[in-house]
Design a protein around this ligand. Structure first.
Ligand code: B12
Ligand code: SF4
Length: 490
């Protein structure tokens, strides 16, 4: 046993049935890089308690040289518990952390979590192999870029820029024995409850939204042939019909998406897929995507207030989102619009613009706009800097020390992450949510409602009866709960 790689689980209260349990490819990729170099190890990513984790590793044949832990900001405290337990159990192992949380607050992590030896700040594919050589063969650590570490004298050093792969050439991390059950736990979407596989066609997003962890990372793509080979392989092997392209935005490169779709069409693959997209694309692309099996797209508007649109730096206009949702409706692609509130200096008037515009999108274009999130401050984002300037995060705020904010419950958010709360009070937020659902619900008039159930059941040749039944019931339940809510609030 050379290594253990762990994905920290979420707190019980934060789990969402909607998401299912997608395979955490970050550590799967790292494990493949290590096994390709002849190392043997263990991956722990199932949803286990810390006790379960340790029950599995107490009888390891030999001492792991390297323990790597990945976490999101939401699961960071679970990760810190694990780090402490690992350090106790394996005092001589090299403990490395990385991923979008730790990698974006490297100094904070290394200074405040003494059990951590090294933080990897960017992509770990190449770095992890070098770190293994360091852990085993005492390779010189000074030659490894993209890391922050504490040396034997306790001095913290940040070495080189973040490392990102220049080219993505291999999807060999998918050559593993995943089981059919691994995918049955995932659903494409609550409206499309077919077992699904998560796969990505590239990494990175060059845009600069202030709240986003992945902004300003060069977008790179895997070769189309390789991606479709894997889709075909999993489709044939396990009968998986649903695929979730989990690229931050699949449509950043039109040429790439066109050839991806052409290849799926050419091979006559009977699959459905879902992806995230920006709204500022050429809309003929959506037609091609539909032909290749795309039935669901999530698109980010975030806010409909032009003033806030400038603040968040997304550079997507209301017109673009309107045209996008309109085109989706024409084609029969379900369109979910991401909405957020709680941006710097946002006022109730700004929020109201989002509510009104979301209502228009759902009424006219059947876009799914019934929910709106509250902005979370994430490490390494521009929003983190602004939140410190505005005093929302105190000067001595640390991502590594215990954090609990009861007020978050009023915004429907987890209590262990900081929200960007300024002017939008819980009352304003709740009112906006209520208006959003009512607007969205009014989009489903009785006539439309019957039509929608009918279209999604009898007329859907592309669904099994079980799927049609589930979709019909989802729409009926949605309508019933909106009616009940309306009656209660009158
Ligand atoms: C797929 C996905 C999901 C899936 C599956 C999550 C999972 N189990 O992996 C689902 C839908 C369940 C999900 C849920 C959520 N997600 Co999500 N998700 C993603 C997404 C789109 C892709 C993740 C992925 O597989 N990437 C591909 C792999 C190869 O890259 P990677 O994970 O970054 O790993 C590389 C490096 O980071 C590094 N690395 C990673 N870990 C480690 C560890 C070590 C030791 C080392 C050395 C290196 C290293 O090396 C890897 C290889 O290069 C990312 C965005 C993104 N671009 O990554 C968001 C993202 C990870 N999710 C995010 C969020 C906010 C969430 C939610 C909290 C959303 C919500 N409000 O409910 C939940 C909760 C997630 C959780 N478990 O904590 C944020 C996390 C931000 C943060 N700071 O925590 C991201 C970054 C999106 C964003 N734009 O902000 N998510
Ligand atoms: S466009 Fe999407 S993925 Fe890209 S920076 Fe903005 S929110 Fe993040």
């Amino acid at each position: 046993m050379d290594y253990i790689l762990v994905q920290a689980p979420l707190e019980e209260s934060q789990k969402s049935e909607e998401h299912g349990e997608f395979i955490p490819y970050g550590i799967v990729v790292l494990s493949k890089c290590l096994t390709n170099h002849g190392y043997k190890g263990k991956l722990l990513f199932e949803d286990k308690t810390i006790e379960d984790f340790f029950a599995e590793i107490t009888d390891l044949p030999n001492y792991p040289a390297l323990i790597g832990i990945s976490a999101s900001t939401w699961s960071r405290f679970k990760a810190i518990d694990l780090i402490k337990r690992f350090r106790q159990a394996f005092p001589k192992s090299t403990i490395v952390v990385g991923g979008f949380h730790f990698g974006h607050c490297a100094d904070d992590t290394i200074k405040n979590i003494p059990e951590v030896d090294i933080v990897v700040r960017g992509e770990g594919d190449e770095v992890i192999v070098k770190l293994m050589e360091f852990a085993y063969k005492n390779r010189d650590i000074e030659t490894i870029n993209g890391i922050t570490y504490r040396d034997f004298a306790g001095t913290v050093t940040s070495q080189g820029d973040r490392v990102y792969l220049k080219n993505l050439t291999s999807l060999d991390f998918l050559d593993q024995e995943f089981t059919k059950e691994d995918f049955e736990k995932n659903i494409l979407h609550p409206d499309m409850p077919i077992p699904a596989m998560n796969i990505f066609t590239g990494r990175g997003c060059p845009h600069g939204c202030i709240f986003c962890s992945v902004s300003r990372i060069n977008n790179r793509k895997y070769p189309v042939e390789l991606i479709v080979d894997k889709i075909e392989e999993y489709h044939n092997r396990y009968g998986i019909k649903g695929f979730k392209f989990q690229d931050d935005s699949l449509t950043l490169n039109k040429k790439h998406v066109v050839s991806l779709c052409d290849e799926i069409i050419r091979r006559k693959l009977d699959i459905f897929w879902w992806c995230d997209s920006r709204a500022d694309i050429q809309y003929d692309l959506l037609g091609k995507m539909y032909q290749a099996g795309c039935r669901y797209v999530s698109v980010g508007l975030e806010t409909a207030s032009p003033k806030m649109q400038k603040v968040i730096g997304k550079k997507v206009s209301n017109e673009a989102v309107r045209d996008f949702t309109k085109k989706c409706k024409e084609l029969g692609i379900g369109c979910f619009v991401f909405l957020l509130t709680g941006f710097p200096d946002e006022t109730y008037e700004d929020l109201q613009m989002t509510v009104d515009f979301a209502g228009e999108l759902s009424k006219k274009y059947k876009a799914i706009t019934g929910s709106m999130g509250y902005t979370t401050i994430l490490p390494g984002t521009r929003l983190e800097i602004i939140a410190r300037e505005h005093g929302i995060l105190s000067k001595d705020f640390s991502w590594s020390t215990p954090y609990y904010n009861k007020k978050n419950i009023e915004y429907g958010a987890a209590t262990n992450v900081p929200l960007n709360i300024e002017n939008i009070t819980p009352e304003m937020y709740k009112k906006a949510l209520k208006d959003m659902v009512i607007n969205y619900g009014s989009g489903l008039s009785t006539g439309k409602f019957i039509k929608e159930v009918f279209e999604n059941t009898f007329l859907r040749y592309d669904r099994t009866w079980e799927e049609k039944f589930h979709m019909g019931m989802t729409i009926i339940n949605q309508k019933l709960s909106i009616n009940i809510w309306r009656r209660k609030s009158e």
